[in-house]
Design a protein. Structure first.
Lengths: 246, 492
């Protein structure tokens, strides 16, 4: 089975060309033809190879989440969109293990224009060294916020860039994605709404666990889109360690 | 000060013109009854040799009024005065409550020591009056630094041109002018020593034994028998460069090559003096308008041209000039010592994961952010040992950040990541709480009562709650007056 990896970044004309090339040149069994096609176009690969993609991600700290992410973890670089319809869904708690590992590497975390006041005792409780936290203030204009995101991703000392922007055009997202890949940095964009055509390679939605609303700790995470994934997956798990859950 | 001696015009002493004088002191034409002959004697027999070894003449300015001030004030005043003394001499050195400048080399230029003295007086007296430190100072000139200082301290305002006369001139002085400890002073007194001359009559070995070699050394320095290292005044560096453009420029990016040129000059200047800079001011000059000024502050002092250029470019992106630019000026506001960085012997992978990444890139990044967003855009946070949740976090400007050793102790109970600027009141309908949707309490209460001493008492019961849509909330109920419910934060 061959599937299209990323329809947005690669124009479709390319694929059509690949098909016609192979159709003209190749003789032999369909299987060799397919192999040839897969070789000639890097945007095509076998879906059954999914499992063999290895463990190249950064462990999220939640086993259930690792299972549904390609590469079994957060990507090492690039743009991740986390969609939480309301504040307080546990979207930051989801990233706490990642933040801990970033801090441990001696890198900084840049918070670009967070929507509320960041509560330092909460971070200390979560085991994050607040000395390596840097905040770009709340009412920064969008243009400046994006500029500082891009600059931060180009700096090797920033290990993680967090931003809160709801409506960004695809062009801007693409640019951020490129900056993140070039700077080998992970950027997380928190949104209230999902936009179907977003080019970010990984989009997650976090919501309250449907089964029990009175349980403080449980959350449900759905992978809306992941490069290298071919169907939405979701997992339910507990965000807080036992000792902390109320 | 009268000038009896004409060797001022002929600084080189020859055997014939050695009728030199001590002003306001009895003249001494020959060397005193010495155990050693004057060190200059052989030199003077050979004119060529003595010409090559020019004696210097040191002019000492002694300010007894400084003794009442603190040490730092003294240094400050002396530095200021040294700047003035630089008008007559290239070498100005610092001493306790005194300055000494070399004036032999400037005698011919100023036309005699009288002119030098009156020039110094006209410069220094107003400066002293400004600081209400009286209007006089003591002075003396002689061929040795310590000799001049001693003569000045004695208040004789003497001038000694030749080294060989120095000994007798100093001999007349009371031992009180020597910088001695109380015990040494007492001992000298009980030995019957009143004048410096009396000391010279004593055997050197015994002096060494009784008063230590420092004492003997300082005396032999005064007569020019041992070298006198001094701490000289080095004027603080100044850099300002300007450039007049041939035509008016409106697009600021066209200025960058010119700025680059100035920055090259700046870099060379800094390298020569082994300095770096942490504050610059770039002014753009307009016709018939006041200039546009950009202040460039750096987190870490640098002399890197490309970094400075990048910062200026970032500033330009935000800047709108009111009129075309006709000239540029760059001025350094603060100089810093240059600290070079050494590279690690091993590359990062070899050191391992625990290593800290070099902070230079980070600082450059911060500076860029500052340049674009303004100084108060970057914040860092800090915990404060405080029960009241809104005061437990401190947001500081990144520049004011202090290196805090240990973070303050924080609450044991779970705290939310987000706090609202001000708590939002919740509505209570039919016994149920509502924000956007109905709220269920999950745990609590956690009682916080504090600040009763300040008049703004805080008495709250905090609960962890969950809204119908799944939001985790941190809410509290006032325990005062109306007992209202408020939303205070989100467990994001």
């Amino acid at each position: 089975m061959a599937i299209l990896r990323d329809s947005v970044t690669q124009p479709e004309a390319n694929i059509g060309k690949a098909f016609s090339d192979t159709a003209c040149n190749s003789r032999g069994t369909p299987r060799t033809r397919v192999n040839q096609l897969l070789h000639s176009n890097p945007n095509l690969w076998r879906g059954c190879d999914m499992a063999g993609q290895g463990f190249h991600g950064v462990a999220t700290g939640y086993r259930e989440l690792d299972d549904i992410l390609p590469g079994r973890g957060w990507p090492r670089s690039g743009l991740v969109e986390v969609i939480a319809r309301h504040s307080g869904m546990g979207e930051l708690q989801l990233l706490i293990p990642l933040m801990q590992s970033v801090i441990k590497q001696g890198k900084w975390i840049l918070w670009v224009a967070p929507p509320y006041l960041l509560n330092a005792p909460a971070l200390t409780q979560a085991g994050i060294d607040i000395d390596q936290i840097l905040i770009v203030k709340q009412d920064t204009p969008c243009k400046d916020a994006l500029w500082s995101m891009e600059k931060a991703m180009q700096t090797e000392n920033c290990g993680l860039v967090l931003a809160w922007q709801n409506w960004l055009p695809g062009k801007v997202l693409r640019r951020l994605q490129l900056a993140a890949e070039a700077g080998d940095t992970l950027a997380v964009l928190f949104k209230h709404n999902d936009s179907k055509y977003s080019p970010s390679p990984l989009r997650l939605q976090i919501r309250a666990s449907a089964t029990d609303n009175r349980d403080f700790s449980r959350a449900e995470v759905t992978v809306i889109k992941a490069r290298g994934n071919f169907r939405p997956l979701s997992a339910q798990f507990s965000l807080y360690p036992e000792s902390l859950s109320a | 000060m009268e000038d009896l001696d004409n060797s001022a015009q002929k600084p080189v002493a020859t055997a014939g013109s050695r009728k030199s004088g001590v002003l306001k002191l009895p003249l001494a034409n020959r060397c005193g009854p010495d155990k050693q002959p004057c060190s200059n004697d052989e030199g003077n027999k050979n004119p060529a040799k003595s010409r090559s070894r020019r004696q210097s003449l040191w002019y000492a300015l002694y300010f007894p009024q400084l003794s009442e001030l603190s040490e730092s004030q003294q240094t400050q005043i002396l530095t200021e005065l040294a700047g003035l003394a630089e008008n007559v001499s290239a070498t100005v050195s610092f001493h306790s409550q005194a300055l000494v400048c070399e004036i032999r080399s400037s005698l011919r230029y100023f036309g005699g020591i009288d002119n030098i003295h009156s020039k110094l007086q006209s410069l220094i007296v107003p400066a002293l009056q400004n600081r209400s430190l009286g209007d006089s100072f003591l002075y003396a000139a002689s061929p040795t630094v310590s000799g001049s200082l001693l003569l000045a301290r004695s208040g004789h305002n003497a001038l000694v041109y030749q080294k060989e006369n120095l000994r007798s001139a100093l001999g007349k002085l009371s031992v009180d002018v020597l910088d001695l400890q109380k015990e040494q002073r007492r001992r000298l007194h009980s030995m019957g020593v009143r004048k410096i001359r009396d000391i010279w009559r004593l055997p050197t070995e015994g002096l060494h034994k009784r008063f230590g070699s420092n004492f003997v050394n300082s005396l032999s320095k005064a007569v020019g028998k041992s070298p006198e290292p001094t701490r000289n005044y080095i004027p603080s560096p100044e850099f300002s460069a300007s450039y007049d453009l041939a035509y008016e420029v409106e697009n600021l990016h066209y200025l960058l090559p010119v700025i680059d040129e100035i920055l090259i000059k700046l870099r060379d200047f800094l390298i020569q003096r082994d300095l770096s800079t942490s504050r610059l001011q770039l002014s753009m000059i307009h016709e018939k308008r006041s200039r546009t000024e950009i202040d460039i502050g750096l987190r870490q002092a640098t002399r890197q041209r490309d970094h400075l250029l990048l910062l200026i470019e970032t500033h330009f992106a935000q800047l709108a000039v009111p009129a075309p630019v006709v000239g540029l000026e760059l001025e350094v506001r603060q100089f810093d010592a240059f600290l070079s960085e050494s590279d690690a012997l091993l590359t990062e992978e070899q050191i391992g994961h625990g290593s800290k990444i070099n902070s230079k890139n980070l600082d450059q990044f911060m500076e860029q952010l500052h340049a674009r967003l303004g100084d108060d855009a970057l914040k860092s946070i800090n915990t404060v040992a405080e029960h009241c949740p809104e005061y437990a976090t401190q947001q500081l400007n990144y520049t004011d950040r202090k290196a805090t050793g240990k973070p303050a102790e924080v609450a044991r109970n779970l705290r939310p990541f987000w706090l609202l600027d001000r708590p939002v009141q919740l509505t209570l309908r039919n016994g149920r709480l509502y924000h956007n949707q109905a709220i269920n309490l999950i745990s609590g209460p956690e009682r916080i009562e504090t600040s009763w001493w300040s008049g703004q008492e805080i008495r709250r019961d905090y609960y962890i709650a969950r809204e119908q849509n799944g939001s985790r909330l941190w809410i509290f109920r006032e325990r005062l007056e109306e007992r209202q419910w408020y939303l205070h934060g989100y467990f994001s």
